[in-house]
Write a protein that binds this ligand. Structure first.
Ligand SMILES: Nc1ncnc2c1ncn2[C@@H]1O[C@H](COP(=O)(O)OP(=O)(O)O)[C@@H](O)[C@H]1O
Ligand SMILES: [Mg+2]
Length: 148
């Protein structure tokens, strides 16, 4: 397990960090995001999507639970799943959205916010990103990237 820690000072810096981080990702990877509401998980994911030249607008799928984007690796299209489990309470709800199928799709990159709500189902992830806000500084974020 390898951990790198970063501090960002505004939204754009977090997006840029996500963009830079994305260059290590390969198809099939799962990335889990931890952090309170408003920590910056979705901003970081916007950066990942920017790296992969996603055209669709990247927003928190808080109500839709799962967004699907089309990205590019070496000019080849592939799928990015952006999942937000904030509202998920039961395994049935996860089954309804096809979460497990999504998790195991070998050709897609899976980005999961609030994975703690799928404990027991998400058994492995390639990376974990933990984001903490600073109480004193409204726009400072401590971002830990763990390679599992
Ligand atoms: N350093 C920062 N990094 C990321 N977001 C920041 C930062 N400073 C302020 N923000 C603001 O915090 C909010 C983060 O929102 P979002 O990424 O949707 O959070 P989450 O997905 O973790 O709930 C945005 O409104 C953004 O403008
Ligand atoms: Mg979010």
């Amino acid at each position: 397990m390898e951990t790198e820690t970063f501090t960002t000072h505004n939204e754009e810096e977090t997006i840029k960090l996500g963009e830079k981080f994305a260059s290590v990702l390969i198809k099939g990877d799962v990335v889990l995001f931890y952090g309170d509401l408003g920590a910056g998980k979705t901003e970081f994911i916007k950066g990942i999507c920017r790296h992969f030249k996603v055209d669709e607008i990247v927003t928190s799928p808080t109500f839709t639970i799962m967004n699907q984007y089309s990205g590019l690796i070496d000019n080849q299209e592939f799928t990015i799943y952006h999942v937000d489990l904030y509202r998920i309470k039961t395994k049935d709800e996860l089954d309804e959205i096809g979460f497990e199928d999504c998790l195991f799709s070998p050709d897609a990159i899976k980005l999961v916010e609030w994975a703690e709500n799928a404990n027991g189902i998400v058994k492995f992830s390639n990376y974990t990103v933990k984001i903490k806000a600073d109480f004193d500084d409204e726009t400072e974020r401590l971002i830990e990237i763990i390679k599992n």
